[in-house]
Design a protein around this ligand. Sequence first.
Ligand code: B12
Length: 246
Amino acid sequence: MENKNDGKIKEFKEVGKIERVEEAGKVEEVVKTEGIEEVGEILKISETIYKCDKDLIEKSIIDARNKGIDDKYIIKGISIGLSKISDSISDDELFMPQAGVATKVVDSLMDEFGKDAFENNGKTIIIGTVEGDVHEIGKTLLSILFKTSGFKVYDLGTDVSKEEFIEAVKKYDADLLSLSALMTTTMNMQKEIIEELKEKSLRDKLLVMVGGAPVTKEWAKEIGADLYAEDATGAVKIAKEALGVK
Ligand code: B12
């Protein structure tokens, strides 16, 4: 298969404390306040993630650890790389199987980071793909980006029933419920879940966000969801705004 992705992160307008600007074919990295070594490692990790190569991703993270780089910088690299993947899928620059590889590798590494490595913005998100739907790549990408952005995340996986979502909302006292559906045949579950939340009087203090390839802003409005985003980076931004966190 042709590889559309050359592995180069071409432009970061503003990502955390690093600015990368491409001018006349030359990439300039403008470092605001981070130490030089950390920035180099952050960029290395983000680029291996964007290259979607399992071995390179693992190696870049192990290397950074061996150099004593703090996990919070490693997580920043992961976040930058996955955000770029999300943007590239939207722009049709990246093949889905590649995104699937990167997401799976990163997901399998997430448990290695201690709780203290993540920022904590005090808000809790429950995420899952709705019942009857096993598509997990976009949902997992979003789940990791929520985690690396400071949210406490409970990822219920795929093919999650209405009842399981409701139980989790109660159990974890969630601030936001994030429902992914990748098929026109399963989108309706998002509606059913919102109706069930209303019936169980759980709707008022909870924001519901819907998304997935067939989901539109109009659908979100029609079923009474609070939030919609087209892709994972947009979802993080919108969730932060809606919940009033930085
Ligand atoms: C990979 C894939 C599979 C894989 C899934 C592997 C896995 N572990 O996830 C496998 C092979 C298992 C599969 C199975 C099936 N698939 Co499929 N699959 C796809 C495919 C090619 C890519 C999906 C994907 O991973 N995209 C990459 C990720 C990153 O993108 P994404 O999921 O869209 O997520 C982004 C956004 O949508 C958004 N997002 C996602 N979730 C959420 C949630 C929220 C809250 C927000 C805000 C945003 C958000 O952010 C993400 C990143 O930016 C799509 C085609 C397509 N172009 O979408 C078909 C597709 C979704 N599949 C389809 C079908 C029909 C099936 C099957 C029924 C096929 C079959 N006959 O068996 C089964 C269904 C199984 C089931 N019960 O779910 C159809 C659905 C058609 C429809 N009815 O709408 C599609 C559209 C293909 C097609 N053109 O026909 N599939």
